[in-house]
Each structure stands twice: as C-alpha cells, then as structure tokens.
Design a binder for this molecule. Structure first.
Ligand code: SF4
Length: 496
C-alpha cells in the first residue's frame, strides 16, 4: 500500500497518498474536466486559496475568497477544461505541496448520502486506477483516512467548510459511514430533521412550490429556488419536511428565521404555528424568529391570533410590452439613453455560457468598485459586499438552479450581464443585472433588451424584485412605472 503511518501531529495535516505518483502521471483524468462548471472541480478553503495564490494561481480563479470551488481554464492542448494549478506540459500539479484537502483525499471522496442525512467516505470509480487496480487494502486505507478525517484540525476544517462534502454520486463506492463527522455537522443543525439546502434540492423545492399553489400573477420572486440558493455560501439554509409541508430556514448571526412561508397544500395557520414553535426552541426568546415573504393572498385567510404582520418591501412588477418599447413621455429619458448606447457603440448579445464566467466576475468587481465610488448608504455597501458570492454562485451553477443569462458585449468586450428565471409561464423575474457604469445608458439598454426577449418568449409581466430599502434603487424602479408593487408581509409572533 502506498502510504506510511504518520504521527498524531501529522495526522491532522497530511493525508497519505493511495495512488503512486508514477501511476498518476500516466493518467489523463485528474485535474481535467469536460465542462467549465463541472461539480467535481476541487474546493479550496480560505487558507488553501491563500497558499495557491502564493504559489502562482491567479486570485481571480477563486470566486469566493472565504472558500470556493476553483474556476477552471480552457485547455490549450485539447478539449475541455483544466484546474488552473495544473501544468499541462509536465502533467503535474503546480501547487502539489499545498494542494487542497479535496485533492489530497482523491480517489476517496466525501459525500452526503442520497437523503442528505449522513456523511459517507467512498472511492470514485471515475479514477482508472481504482477501477483497474483496486488495492485489496482499500478498506484498511479508508479506515486510516477516516480516522484522520474525524480527528483534530481536519474535522474542524471540514466542519468550517461543509462544501467539502459533495452531493451523492452513485459512481462513488461507499466504504465507510462517518458518524462522528455527521454528528459534528449535525451539531450545527439544531434539529436532526434539518437538511442543508443543496443544488440537488432544486427540483424538489420547485415541486413543493407547485403543490402550495402559490404561482399566480402576483407571486413574489422569492417563491423560486435560485432566489434563496444563491445566498447559501453566505447564510446557511436548511430545510425539512413535515406533514407534506416544506419548511425553509436560514440561520443568520442573530438566529433562525424563515425566508419563505411554509410550502404546503393547505392553509398557513397550522404550519405557521409549527414553524414558530420550532424557531422558539432554537432561538429562545430572541426577537429574530420571523417568516418573510408572506404574500397578500396568504395573509387574508390567516386566522390565528397572536401574530403580527409587518409590511415589507414588495416586488416591482412591470408590463413586459410597455418596457419593450419604452414609449411616450414617461419613458423618454430611458429611451434616449438606450438610443445613445446604440448610436455610440456596437452592441452584441449572446446567451451566457460557462466560459464567460471569468469575464463576468471581473466585470462584477469593476461594477462593484464603480458603485462604491458613488453614493451608497451603509446598507448599500453591506449588500454590495455580500453580492459577490451570490453572483459567483449564479455564474457557476446557473444551469442546475434553473436560471438563464445573457452577456452583452460592447466592441467585443463583455460589459454587462443579466440573469433571470420564469416565475410563472407569463412572468420573467430579473435575478441579477450588472452593467459597466462608465457606459452611459447601458443598464437601461440591458433592461429593455431583457423585457424584449421575455416578451418574445411569452412574458406578460416582468418582476424586478424588491428595492431592499435602498432609496436610489427605489427611485430607479419607480421611474420605470411599475404596474404593481406587490404587498408583502413578514410574520412575527406576539409574546402572549
Ligand atoms: S490543485 Fe493540483 S491536484 Fe488539485 S485539481 Fe488542481 S492541479 Fe489537480
């Protein structure tokens, strides 16, 4: 077997290598990926990012410096994509001494079981060595690695970076269950029924929304998976199901709350009572317990006493047809700006693809700098800080979470991008929109283009989401003459 026993100090720092280097150098699987957004890209913790950057990997390869999967680069020698640390000339890892634990583990892999309840250690059949020369001692090796994974610094590292535990893969052969690691991660869960919100939950989440019959002309943008999933790298989101109702919770530094009402087939009364009972158990008397994004139609039949409804920022809804043409005096200034863009530039648009990710992240950083240089209140700055990780998430996982995007080129360079999703078959929701602020009128041109495209695909309404309480954003949204600002409520429980 190709590993040596390590003393206890090293156990937490080193994982023994199962496959000999000479075998790895003959193989062309590791570090190479067929798609730019492959979910198998290695995950780097913040320290591993810092180490990789010190060893020459560009910082821009890491969309989230506090820990993220690496951005791949297009292979210059063939099809597909490469880890940016991979040296295709030598066939070696350029950061081998400081490679991330995700790579050190391979061909073993950490993953959740199919129900998302238990952490498993398995060996990946995608590794040719493991298929063709599986060592007879694999279980001994796995036992040894498992002992390292659940002790000392490594368990802390994994607990602090739960993304190191991937989603269930049926071509990974399970060799061990890791109850200690499961328990450690569960201790972050206050209730064993809670499951982390994963990208693989997208279809199930959408089904729960359908079952709740909440889709209508006045549905809030929050009744969609990407709206919440994009924030999961900043805020842990968890969900559970009880009596056919899906409960989505988020844990802020202040405590637990629900970013969406319970999604069930019946009326809200019983489910809301259950949700507040749970939040009371987890938060105690902290005033953080609340349910956000309650729609007007849900509030009306709500009968239970002891609750308070607080009005919240509502979504701005526009006529797709009106904004596609921007006709008449009310839209004169926006129309003039769109015309200016077309007069002064050659504007081209194309569907977003994974290979645009890096340019879009660069644009996002430039746009954020431009915004910081403008007038922003404390809340605006705070939201801008958080937005980078959310944009990175959408740029990476757009296909799996059901959003589509467009990039806009000015004189061939990407100067804007926009992403959205169909909230209902007749309502397009704008999730993200970024346009270089040094190009006058580009943001207006992008929004009009979004409305035109949505209209051509059957949209009647455009939902541009809420204004987050930012006065500048509110003024900009009002200037487009919304046909409705949806009444939205937050429920809190009154102390009895
Ligand atoms: S960090 Fe090194 S070992 Fe890991 S995928 Fe990149 S090149 Fe391969």
């Amino acid at each position: 077997m190709g590993f040596v026993a390590l003393d206890s100090e090293h156990m937490t720092r080193e994982l023994p290598q199962l496959v000999q280097n000479s075998t790895c150098f003959r193989c062309d699987v590791c570090c190479r990926f067929p798609e730019a957004d492959s979910f198998l890209r290695p995950y780097f913790t913040s320290q591993e990012i810092a180490d990789a950057v010190t060893h020459g990997v560009p910082e821009s390869c890491f969309p989230n410096k506090s820990g993220s999967q690496v951005n791949l680069v297009k292979s210059s020698v063939g099809e597909g994509y490469l880890c940016p640390a991979f040296d295709s000339t030598s066939g070696r890892c350029g950061v081998y001494e400081v490679r991330p634990v995700d790579c050190r583990l391979y061909p073993l892999a950490l993953m959740w079981d199919a129900s998302g309840q238990e952490v498993l250690l398995g060996w990946d059949t995608k590794c040719p060595f493991m298929r063709e020369e599986l060592p007879a001692t694999i279980r001994v090796y796995a036992d040894y690695v498992a002992s390292l994974l659940v002790s000392g610094a490594l368990v802390d590292k994994i607990a602090a970076n739960p993304s190191l535990i991937g989603r269930f893969q049926d071509d990974v052969v399970v060799v061990k269950r890791l109850p200690q690691l499961t328990a450690r991660l569960r201790s972050r869960r206050v209730d064993p029924r809670l499951r982390p919100l994963l990208v693989s939950d997208a279809p199930y989440f959408e089904q729960a929304i359908e079952r709740s019959h909440m889709r209508s002309r006045h549905t809030l943008a929050a009744f969609a998976f990407p709206y919440h999933y994009m924030w999961t790298s900043l805020l842990p989101y968890w969900w559970m199901e009880a009596d056919g109702t899906l409960f989505l919770f988020a844990r802020s530094p202040d405590g637990w709350f629900m970013p969406l009402p319970p999604l069930g087939p019946g009326s809200l009364d019983g489910a809301v009572d259950h949700a507040f009972t749970l939040m009371h158990q987890w938060n105690g008397d902290l005033p953080v317990s609340r349910i956000e994004h309650v729609m007007e139609s849900q509030k009306k039949p709500f009968a239970a006493d002891g609750y308070q409804f607080l009005k919240a920022e509502g979504d701005y809804v526009y006529s797709a047809a009106a904004l596609a043409v921007l006709a008449g005096d009310p839209h004169k200034s926006q129309r003039a700006l769109c015309n200016r863009v077309e007069r002064e530039h050659r504007v081209e648009r194309e569907p977003y693809r994974a290979e645009h990710q890096r340019d879009c992240m660069d644009l996002h950083r430039r746009w954020a700098r431009q915004k910081r240089g403008g007038i922003l209140d404390v809340m605006g700055k705070f939201l801008l800080e958080d937005a980078e990780a959310a944009h990175a998430c959408v740029l990476e996982e757009y296909a799996q979470i059901g959003v589509s995007g467009t990039v806009i080129r000015i004189d061939h360079a990407i100067e804007a991008y926009t992403f959205g999703y169909w909230l209902t078959p007749r309502t397009w929701c704008v999730l993200l929109e970024v346009a270089d602020r040094s190009v006058p009128g580009l943001a207006q041109w992008v929004f009009r283009d979004t409305c035109r495209t949505a209209l051509a695909h059957g949209a009647v309404s455009i939902n541009a989401m809420e204004d987050a309480g930012l006065p500048g954003l509110r003024a900009a949204k009002l200037a487009y003459r919304p046909v409705a600002i949806l009444d939205t409520w937050t429920i809190t429980r009154v102390a009895l």
